[in-house]
Design a binder for this molecule. Structure first.
Ligand SMILES: *[C@@H]1O[C@H](CO)[C@@H](O)[C@H](O)[C@H]1NC(C)=O
Ligand SMILES: *[C@@H]1O[C@H](CO)[C@@H](O)[C@H](O)[C@H]1NC(C)=O
Ligand SMILES: *[C@@H]1O[C@H](CO)[C@@H](O)[C@H](O)[C@H]1NC(C)=O
Ligand SMILES: *[C@@H]1O[C@H](CO)[C@@H](O)[C@H](O)[C@H]1NC(C)=O
Length: 369
């Protein structure tokens, strides 16, 4: 960027003018490489190994084939046959794939991934008090406390402090609060009226904590239309829409994104010097899903890897995709769903293209171009 050629004392003075010229001229100037690190808070859609390292038995399957068969070609502790969104984002920003926080010997120069499969935004104690089972105790509060520890350690040694203030803070969480609640027979209307405000408040609190420890760049990612997941279609009753998805669950998923955007609007007013970006994963998913042939997908609701064709969506919660699965599709690139809950490498690539690359489902649209 041009600022690097300025004398250090001038950098700050010139920065606002530079920003104005970028936004008004819609110039192609690249912001790539301006984030020295990424910090990710989330669930299995972002997990790159914390689930396994935390000792979760359900995460063990990600250490076995066919997980990772498409990329990198062997199991990589991710819930996919390939890459997850934060892998694609890290590469796009010129950073290495993010190591999971729980690998204490890893190199964290490009940032830290705190996401854990099964993690909820809400404290598990609260969910348990409602009779909602969870598959991980490592909720958003815990992930934030990990981060504060990591930052304190960096500050007390000669760690890279700038990474913590200049880095990009990615938050994608909430889907598991909702899906676990549906499995406990809570209705979408209960989720919308009672749980969602708590989830949103929890995310807001997390942002406030990160802001007070110096974070300046945030990226919120909405949740997926969980009513189209094989797991929900198998385990939850409800009205089906024209595409065969659970209508009310998808409406709740959609509303979560609306609420996040409302928080973001208020944060932008309160903190005008902080960058708040929004990736509309729900919108991009909906678009690709409804034009699936255009993107090379033939299967939208059926898992590529699962328990067998006697299950309508090739999904059975007691026998989720694993090394012994009787049914693994031969071309995962034609499937949206990898194991009935998570996505294929090719779907993740298409989502990435429709958001970060083309700018279609990103606010601000040019943020990553
Ligand atoms: C942790 O990270 C190191 C360095 O990248 C790597 O060699 C090692 O395999 C990782 N260990 C685990 C258990 O993930
Ligand atoms: C759970 O929530 C309470 C109040 O919101 C908080 O004080 C506590 O630290 C949380 N527990 C964990 C394990 O994060
Ligand atoms: C929660 O877990 C307990 C213990 O495994 C089980 O008995 C119960 O049926 C589960 N509840 C739901 C809603 O899945
Ligand atoms: C990304 O999306 C654009 C617009 O839909 C399309 O033209 C382009 O071919 C896509 N790129 C890839 C790699 O799929």
């Amino acid at each position: 960027m041009a600022t690097t050629t300025l004398a250090p004392g001038l950098t700050f003075l010139w920065a606002p003018i530079l920003l104005i010229s970028i936004s008004s001229a819609a110039c192609a100037s690249s912001i790539l490489g301006t984030y020295p690190a990424i910090f990710v808070f989330g669930d299995s859609l972002s997990d790159t190994g914390n689930g396994v390292l935390s000792g979760s038995s359900s995460a063990l399957r990600t250490t076995q084939f066919p997980y990772g068969e498409t990329f990198p070609g062997f199991p990589a502790w991710r819930y996919s046959d390939g890459r997850v969104q934060v892998d694609l984002l890290a590469s796009h920003l010129g950073l290495p794939f993010l190591n999971p926080y729980l690998n204490s010997s890893a190199d964290f120069r490009g940032g830290v991934n705190y996401a854990v499969a099964g993690a909820t935004a809400l404290n598990v104690s609260l969910l348990h008090s409602l009779g909602v089972n969870t598959s991980s105790d490592l909720s958003l509060d815990v992930q934030i406390s990990w981060h504060l520890d990591a930052q304190a350690r960096a500050e007390s040694s000669d760690g890279n402090i700038a990474a913590f203030t200049e880095g990009l803070y990615v938050i994608q969480i909430g889907g598991d609060d909702y899906t676990h609640s549906y499995c406990a027979k809570y209705s979408p209307s209960f989720v919308i009226s009672t749980l969602m405000p708590l989830v949103i408040q929890k995310i807001r609190n997390a942002v406030e904590t990160l802001l007070s420890s110096g974070a300046k760049n945030f990226l919120f990612i909405s949740i997926t239309p969980v009513g189209c997941s094989a797991a929900m279609l198998t385990n939850v009753d409800g009205n089906r829409d024209a595409y065969g998805c659970l209508e009310e669950l998808n409406y709740a998923s959609y509303l979560h994104g609306v609420r996040i955007q409302e928080e973001m609007a208020s944060l932008r007013v309160l903190y005008p010097d902080v960058s708040f970006l929004y990736m509309d994963l729900f919108g991009a998913y909906d678009y690709i899903f409804k034009h699936k042939e255009m993107f090379g997908f033939s299967e939208d609701l059926k898992a590529c890897c699962g328990a067998g064709d006697e299950y309508p969506y090739n999904y059975n919660s007691d026998d989720v995709c694993n090394v012994e699965s009787v049914s693994v599709c031969s071309s995962p690139s034609e499937y949206i769903l990898w194991d009935g809950v998570h996505f294929t490498d090719s779907f993740n690539l298409q989502i990435f293209n429709q958001t970060f690359i083309t700018g279609s489902f990103i606010d601000t649209s040019h943020a990553f171009q």
